[in-house]
Design a protein around this ligand. Structure first.
Ligand SMILES: [Zn+2]
Length: 48
């Protein structure tokens, strides 16, 4: 299961599971990258 993602801006995001990771990444995107929106699949594609 993928639970980690490093944003291109260098921020490391870690979740307890995929749902939590997607939620946290969306939160980060909303705060730092409001002009970028990614689907769950895209987020999980970048995760590891
Ligand atoms: Zn970022």
């Amino acid at each position: 299961m993928k639970k980690r993602l490093t944003c291109p801006c260098g921020v490391y995001v870690r979740g307890t599971d995929e749902d939590d990771l997607v939620e946290k990444v969306r939160q980060h995107l909303g705060e730092r990258h409001p002009d970028h929106e990614y689907s769950r699949d895209e987020i999980l594609f970048m995760a590891y």
